[in-house]
Design a protein around this ligand. Structure first.
Ligand code: OSB
Ligand code: MG
Length: 372
């Protein structure tokens, strides 16, 4: 396979309603898409970095910059590695560059998609999927008032979602969880995500969540506070799940060994790509640690790939693999829908979905071609 060039395309997609977390309120999604053009096929990559460095240190403009300035030239200089090893070469060629995992992930995804389309193989088959559909959970933002939250959760349950994740922060935690539990019953699969909003001083307060039978609490403490999570695990009985702290298979192994988490949220973008995501899946499975696939408000492209990943055997909890219409009135691909609470795993070549040109053009803000 010979990589001829990569198109960097910025799109801006309005959200159906504002998505509030402990770190921001989002009303639109600014996304960098990559289109890798090879001599055999084209492939699409979606970068999950957000407009501001509030979830992680990466942000969209920085991912475009590091791709242009370092990653694309490095790939251009290693044509034999790509020809011999395909997408697995991307991680190796970019390994000397520290961090910037979301940018690396997007490039690897685009090259992998091109390679798989050329070989007529799906992401699911390549990554090791063992299911043809995955249970679908939904991430529910922070609301100003409990009644509005209950309406939103009720709507998602009516739509068939099998698991609810509530975003929490200090001042919006015990009460909303209690209200949702009381309204929708003990059988509801319910979990919370703090996006690093607490400190170890809040341990006693967080222990109050123990009464509500939560599946897990996701990333209560800061990204680098792995030891703090291990200490918190001795104070609260709700299982701790890490998101932001897990950036590689190595960091996953360390967090598990330290007792910082009993569950891992695996997001391909955060960890440098789908291939590293599979390695984290393997580490978690080997340790009996449950895993699930997280989301980053992806378009249909990332959503399709996430569905494939979530179909691996170690993804034993429902992921944030929701339908296109969870966030968007119109997706850039054919809309991904959930059926009986499950997202079908695409079976077509590569991602199994492709942007529809008219829809893509409607939301495109800039396009840049980088010849290699
Ligand atoms: O922490 O899981 C998170 C969205 C943006 C940034 C971080 C997170 C999220 C979500 C998932 O909660 C949203 C989704 O379903 O894509
Ligand atoms: Mg999270």
């Amino acid at each position: 396979m010979k990589l001829q060039g990569v198109e960097l395309r910025r799109i801006n997609m309005p959200l159906l309603s504002p998505f509030r977390t402990s770190f921001s309120v989002q009303t639109s999604r600014d996304v960098l898409l990559l289109r890798a053009v090879t001599d055999e096929a084209e492939g699409w990559g979606e970068c999950v970095a957000m407009a501001d460095p509030l979830y992680s240190s990466e942000y969209v403009d920085a991912t475009a910059d590091v791709l242009r300035r370092f990653f694309l030239p490095a790939l251009a200089a290693a044509p034999e590695a790509l020809a011999q090893h395909g997408a697995t070469a991307v991680g190796q060629v970019l390994h000397p560059f520290k961090g910037h995992r979301m940018a690396k992930a997007a490039l690897e995804m685009a090259v992998l998609d091109a390679e798989l389309r050329a070989a007529d193989r799906s992401f699911g088959r390549e990554l090791g999927a063992v299911h043809d559909r995955v249970p679908s959970g939904v991430s529910v933002g922070i609301y100003d008032e409990i009644p509005a939250l209950l309406d939103a959760v009720g709507g998602y349950l009516d739509a068939g979602y099998l698991r609810i994740k509530l975003k929490i922060e200090p001042g919006w935690d015990i009460e909303p969880v209690k209200a949702v539990r009381e309204r929708f019953g003990d059988d509801l699969l319910l979990q919370v995500d703090a996006n690093t909003a607490y400190s170890l001083r809040d341990a006693r307060h967080l222990a109050r969540l123990d009464d509500f039978g939560l599946l897990l609490i996701e990333q209560p403490l800061e990204e680098e506070d792995v030891i703090g999570h291990a200490e918190l695990a001795t104070v609260i009985s709700t299982p701790i799940c890490l998101d932001e702290s897990i950036v590689s298979a190595q960091s996953a192994a360390a967090a598990i060994k330290l007792g910082a988490c009993s569950i891992i949220n695996i997001k391909p973008g955060r960890v440098g790509g789908y291939l590293e995501a599979v390695r984290i899946h393997d580490v978690a499975a080997a340790h009996g640690v449950a895993a699930w696939c997280g989301g980053m408000l992806e378009t249909g492209l990332g959503r399709a790939a996430n569905a494939a990943l979530a179909a691996l055997p170690g993804f034993t909890l429902p992921g944030d693999v929701s339908a296109s219409d969870r966030f968007y009135a119109t997706d850039i691909t054919e809309p991904l829908r959930i059926v009986d609470g499950h997202m079908p795993v695409p079976t077509g070549p590569g991602l199994g979905v492709t942007p529809l040109p008219e829809l893509l053009d409607e939301v495109t803000t800039t396009v840049e071609w980088v010849a290699l």
